[in-house]
Design a protein around this ligand. Structure first.
Ligand SMILES: Cc1ncc(COP(=O)(O)O)c(C=O)c1O
Length: 451
């Protein structure tokens, strides 16, 4: 049996030859490749790339990183032969059609009956477009997002020249509804951002209640599900998260990142609008961006100009293999990650040395190291992070406000308003099988510090 690298390369060769056959009637115009020089550059690059944490391996359970599906990277590499650009139909005819199909599948996964949407560089760019459309719909009004929302929302509001208001969070790290109501009653808010899967803790904001409040005060609601969006397919959500995901289609706009849980290479975010007529805000009259068809093309409904057609091809091929359906292989992978996170959470509950922050909404586990004071606990968390890395286990660190940890009693004395905690993103389905090994290494790391 061939090793996985050889198997992938054989598939890539077959796909590249199938694509090349479509252009076989062209006169030859190959550019000669100096194989020795190319090999030198490539192998040097491969050696440089060894200087990385093993993001692709289950013992990496730190930041939001997981390898793309092999089909995604092979489809991407195959498409690079023609390197299409989805800014206009002339630049990427097939890949634009594939983008529309893949985005329609994402919109339908989220529950939208009608939509306007496209791919873009990532979650930040996708949120930017949603907040920009919000500003165009109601100029001058502020953006409100929770204190645990992604940090870029405040920065994006500044770029857009609109005020930004931070909404307090509750003990679960979710948007505090009383605080939101008070803010909305004071007036001046145009868009409320609800996060379904916060970056630090994977908390899911109570979307149905946020929608009800926003409607009462005539605001738009934007759902930032860059991280959590695909969990709508999962079978294992707790009822509060399920209710939130079931309400997504009532929001005005929605963002999900195929380059997080959608198994894509980086450079693949997605923004969806419920009302297709917001496309009018994108209108431009560029004389050099070709309008080769009477049909609305993607360059007319995206802020970016050049966009990688290969990203659309990779996403399309992945969704062809793994349709976005409940009970499908992609959904089961999410459930496996969540099961891994719940296993870790329950192990930590039983371990007197650690204090988990609360039952995870998705697949992210946050835990403090028990200590007398907050500063001592934070120092221990930093030391444990390093000790775990020495054991080959890669976690992440994140700082949380007291309100999100107090109920769990990790410390006797709060000499700081914040606590540095360990964070584990159990994003890979394989984390389920690897969790016992992860726990063994965590224990070894803790013992090495005499915790
Ligand atoms: C909830 C959320 N929103 C937005 C972003 C930003 O996305 P990107 O890094 O793809 O720009 C992230 C990234 O982690 C995120 O978790």
């Amino acid at each position: 049996m061939s090793d996985p690298i050889s198997a992938e390369l054989a598939l890539l060769e077959e796909a590249m030859r199938a694509l090349a056959a479509g252009f076989a009637d062209l006169p030859p115009a190959e550019r000669p490749l100096d194989a020795a020089a190319a090999r030198g550059a490539l192998l040097e690059a491969a050696h440089r790339m060894r200087d990385n944490f093993p993001y692709h391996h289950p013992l990496y359970v730190g930041q939001m990183l997981k390898p793309p599906h092999p089909v995604a990277r092979l489809a991407y590499a195959m498409a690079m032969m023609v390197n299409p650009n989805n800014h206009a139909l002339d630049g990427g005819r097939a890949s634009s059609a594939m983008e529309k199909e893949a985005v329609a599948q994402i919109a339908s996964m989220a529950g939208f009956r009608e939509h306007l949407g496209h791919l873009c560089g990532g979650g930040t760019m996708a949120n930017f477009e949603a907040l920009w459309v919000g500003r165009e719909q109601a100029p001058g009004l502020a953006v409100a997002a929770s204190a645990q929302a992604h940090y870029t929302h405040g920065r994006l509001a500044a770029v857009l020249g609109v005020p930004f208001r931070k909404v307090a969070i509750d003990a679960d790290g979710r948007m505090d509804l009383a605080a939101l109501e008070e803010l909305l009653a004071a007036g001046g808010i145009g868009t409320v951002v609800a996060t379904l899967g916060t970056t630090a803790a994977g908390a899911v904001d109570p979307l149905p209640e946020i929608l009800a409040l926003a409607r009462r005060f005539r605001c738009r609601v934007h759902v930032d599900a860059a991280y959590g969006g695909y969990f709508t397919l999962a079978a294992s959500l707790d009822p509060s998260a399920r209710r939130a995901f079931d309400a997504v289609a009532e929001a005005d706009s929605y963002v999900v990142d195929p380059h997080k849980h959608g198994l894509q290479p980086y450079g693949c975010g997605c923004v969806i609008f419920k009302d297709p007529s917001v496309g009018r805000h994108y209108r431009h009259d560029s004389p050099y961006t070709y309008f080769s068809s009477s049909e609305l093309h993607l360059g007319e409904i995206s802020l970016e100009c050049s966009r990688p057609g290969a990203a659309a091809v990779a996403l399309w091929a992945t969704q062809r293999l793994l349709p976005l359906e409940r009970g499908g292989a992609l959904a089961r992978g999410l459930d496996d990650g969540r099961a891994a996170a719940l296993d870790l959470y329950e192990t930590l509950v039983r371990d007197q040395r650690f204090v988990p922050r609360g039952r995870p909404d998705l697949d992210i586990v946050v835990f403090a190291v028990r200590a007398r004071s907050a500063s001592e606990s934070s120092a221990r968390a930093r030391a444990l992070f390093d000790a775990a890395a020495r054991e080959g286990l890669h976690l992440a660190l994140a700082t949380f406000p007291r309100v999100m940890l107090e109920a769990a009693h990790p410390v006797d004395r709060w000499d700081s308003g914040e606590l540095v905690c360990l964070r584990a993103c159990a994003m890979k389905p394989e984390h389920r099988a690897w969790m016992p090994e992860i726990v063994v290494r965590l224990d070894r790391a803790a013992r090495s510090l005499q915790l």
